[in-house]
Each structure stands twice: as structure tokens, then as C-alpha cells.
Write a protein that binds this ligand. Structure first.
Ligand code: NAD
Ligand code: ZN
Length: 386
């Protein structure tokens, strides 16, 4: 008997929301309770909180506020416990961190009708998202990002990950969160470098998609540097909105194709993060990566010298250091190797996003290595003279 293949196909719909507030766990703020109440079916919903220790140290009353908030709304919310884990990239290098979230899920009997709520920077959010996605094949996640980078980019997307085999984001999942809540209060306690670093992701998305957004950032560069909240909130809002739109409407939410425009500036950024043993923040590395790729774009004739200088000036006035952490020819070679490593990580054909004008992306499939080496030297020479 000839057995025919059995074929089926199905679609899964994802809906998720990003909310904006300040003082999320103050007793008068209805947002969080309403979010859980809208989900709740028949009994209080269990929540396990996981908190970045950098956030806890700067907001020492936070855990008490959360438990008081849950107590007030006990008909809707059942608080179980709050794990505090180290913030920063190292948490993505540690098996114990994933293990402790899984243990928290198990000990507190968090099921697929409960939520893990993560509060922290992009690194803790990536790691907890990964743990939540593999526990019970996926426990619901609410992300409360507390850095600029996580509020405007990393936490509003669909990726979760940890590092392994010395490779960044080697283990991970595509799993959209249930919701994200950006609380601007958290931003007030950021170190200056974390206040600035996420702005590079806004510059990235502006340069590939929206010239007027880039000009807004340019006009507000000094205010952004001096920690004015209003332009920062606009930059976060617009950047997050553009990222979410790209994910939902760009036709490739789980990145099966070879083109990833949101990775503009990222091949070099990933390599520089690794080469500096993650001393560089992701956003700092992205600023350098963009600076390098626009310098290369100018050398290939894609953009003018005036546009190149305009882009570099904006980043400098915000406070970015655009020197690349490479001096010797070995280090330059090692950075260039990042191009092939980037291709390997994505699989498929090499696709590097550049720009052909402010706000206009331009994909290329080959890189002239000699010209890219020249771009490295040109950039480092320019800033060595400053
Ligand atoms: N999933 C994605 O799509 C995606 C995209 C971009 C970046 N990322 C990842 O995001 C990570 C970087 O995130 P990041 O830039 O937020 O840095 P981070 O998470 O490393 O945090 C930086 C530091 O800030 C501290 N901190 C966090 N919130 C604070 C607050 N409100 N006040 C004071 N200190 C605070 C942390 O404890 C940490 O020490 C990287 O691992 C990167 O790979 C993921
Ligand atoms: Zn990035």
C-alpha cells in the first residue's frame, strides 16, 4: 500500500501590548491590576517576580511596594515571591540564573495560567524570558524594562536568549511576551552610560526608516545628553513603536529570512561586545557599529561626506564614544571576522544593511574587506585627533 504524506497547516495569532506609565506599583496606579484582571478567569492569578539587583539597589522599597500592591488587589493577584538576580550581561552567561528562575517556577507552582513578571535591564529580561519560555513549554511573561535600551528595543520584541559556547544569544526562543510596561520612573536612577546607550537603537531605526525621526534626535541631542525626560520619552515611544511595527508588519517576525534591517550596525557591535569581554554595553557597541557602517557606506559612495559627518556629530553630541576598540592589525582582522560570524549566526546569504540616504536602508550581500578595513582606520583616525 502506498501511504500518502499527511499534511496540515495552522496559524497562531499573537497579540501583545506595550503600556506606558510612571510609578507602576504605587497603590493608586490601576494599570497593573487592570492588566491582570483582564486576563483573570476564575481565581487570583499567581505571579512570580524576578528583579534585576541593579534596579532593587536603586529602588530599595520596590519589593515592599509590589507586595503591598498585590495585597491590596488580592482578589485579582496572588503574589508568590520575588527573586533578585544580578543585573548585566554576566547573568546571560550563567546557568545558575536560568536554573534559579526554573526553580522559582517549580517551587511556586507557576503554571501556564500564571505569570512570570521580570523587572530589569535587557540582559535580565532576555535571560528570564528564555527561562519562562522553556518552563512548562512556555509560561506567560510580563516584561517591565528599566533601561532605555530595554524600553525602546530589546524588551518590546519577541526574542529571549542566553549566551553559550562563548557565543552571544546562542540559546533562545522566539516567544512574544503577554505585555510590556515601560515605567519612566526607573530611568531616573540609570547611570549616564545606560541613559545614553539605548539611544543608539533609536538612531539605528531612524536612519533606516525615518529621516524626520533622525532630525528630531539631532535637534534634541543636547537635551537628551542632559537627561531631559520629555525628549527621551518621545524617543523611546517612537523607537519602540517602529520596532513593534517592523516585527508585526515586516513579514518575518521570527526571522526566518536572511535580511534583518533592525540589525543595522550590529555585525560589528556583536563582535566588539565579545572582543571587550562585554565591557561595552550593547547600545554603546551599536553606536560604534553604526559609525563604522556609515563610514563604509560613505567610502563606497552610498552616502555623502556631509551626511556621514552629520550622523557622527549627532552621536558625539549625545555623548557616544565612537572609537573602535581595535588597534593592531590582528584586532582589526578579528573585528572583520565578525562579518562572517554574523552570517553564520543568521544562516543563509550574507546580508548587511547599510543606508543610501538618511532614512533609507540599503542591503548589500558582499562587503569589500579592504574598504571596511579602511573605514575602521578612518573612524579611529578621526576620533584619535579629537
Ligand atoms: N532580545 C532582544 O531582541 C535584544 C535586543 C537588543 C539587546 N538585547 C540584549 O539586552 C542586553 C543589554 O541590555 P541593557 O542595555 O538594558 O543593559 P543591562 O541589562 O546589562 O543593564 C545595565 C546595568 O543597568 C542596571 N540597571 C538596570 N535598570 C536600572 C535602573 N533603572 N537603575 C539603575 N540601574 C539599572 C543593571 O543592573 C545593569 O548593571 C544585552 O544582553 C543585549 O544582548 C536583546
Ligand atoms: Zn541591538
Amino acid at each position: 500500500m502506498q501511504l500518502q504524506p499527511i499534511k496540515q497547516s495552522f496559524k497562531v495569532q499573537y497579540d501583545y501590548q506595550l503600556y506606558f506609565t510612571s510609578g507602576l506599583f504605587s497603590l493608586e496606579n490601576p494599570l497593573f491590576e487592570k492588566l491582570i484582571a483582564d486576563y483573570k478567569d476564575f481565581e487570583p492569578v499567581k505571579l512570580l517576580f524576578v528583579i534585576d539587583d541593579g534596579v532593587k539597589n536603586h529602588h530599595p522599597a520596590l519589593i515592599n511596594q509590589i507586595s503591598a500592591y498585590c495585597e491590596k488587589h488580592q482578589q485579582t493577584i496572588k503574589y508568590t515571591s520575588a527573586l533578585v538576580l544580578p543585573g548585566g550581561e554576566q547573568v546571560k552567561n550563567s546557568d545558575e540564573a536560568v536554573e534559579s528562575v526554573l526553580k522559582g517556577v517549580n517551587d511556586n507552582k507557576i503554571c501556564r495560567h500564571s505569570f512570570v513578571v521580570v523587572i530589569g535591564g535587557g540582559a535580565v529580561i532576555d535571560m528570564v524570558g528564555y527561562a519562562a519560555a522553556i518552563a512548562h513549554r512556555g509560561v506567560k511573561l510580563i516584561r517591565i524594562p528599566t533601561t532605555v535600551l530595554s524600553q525602546n528595543d530589546s524588551a518590546v520584541g519577541v526574542k529571549n536568549s542566553v549566551n553559550a559556547f562563548k557565543k552571544k544569544n546562542f540559546l533562545g526562543t522566539f516567544a512574544p511576551p503577554y505585555a510590556i510596561i515601560n515605567d519612566s520612573n526607573f530611568l531616573k536612577t540609570l547611570e549616564q552610560r545606560d541613559w545614553i546607550s539605548g539611544i543608539s537603537e533609536a538612531i539605528k531605526v531612524a536612519l533606516i526608516k525615518d529621516k524626520s525621526f533622525f532630525e528630531y534626535i539631532s535637534d534634541n541631542a543636547t537635551k537628551l545628553k542632559h537627561r531631559e525626560m520629555e525628549p527621551m520619552q518621545y524617543v523611546i515611544y517612537k523607537c519602540a513603536e517602529m520596532h513593534m511595527q517592523h516585527i508585526a508588519q515586516g513579514g518575518d517576525p521570527f526571522e526566518s529570512g536572511s535580511s534583518r534591517p533592525l540589525d543595522f550596525g550590529h555585525w560589528a557591535a556583536h563582535k566588539m561586545e565579545f572582543m571587550t569581554n562585554y565591557e561595552l554595553r550593547h547600545g554603546e557597541a551599536v553606536a560604534k557599529g553604526i559609525a563604522l557602517d556609515v563610514t563604509y557606506a560613505q567610502l563606497t559612495g552610498l552616502i555623502s561626506e556631509a551626511d556621514l559627518q552629520h550622523i557622527l556629530d549627532v552621536m558625539i553630541s549625545i555623548g557616544f564614544d565612537l572609537t573602535l576598540p581595535v588597534e593592531s592589525s590582528n584586532e582589526i582582522q578579528s573585528l572583520l571576522d565578525g562579518i562572517e560570524e554574523f552570517r553564520e549566526h543568521l544562516g543563509g546569504q550574507l546580508t548587511i544593511t547599510l543606508i543610501s540616504d538618511l532614512g533609507v536602508k540599503h542591503d548589500v550581500h558582499t562587503i569589500d574587506m579592504e574598504l571596511m578595513a579602511q573605514a575602521i582606520l578612518k573612524l579611529n583616525h578621526q576620533f584619535a585627533l579629537n
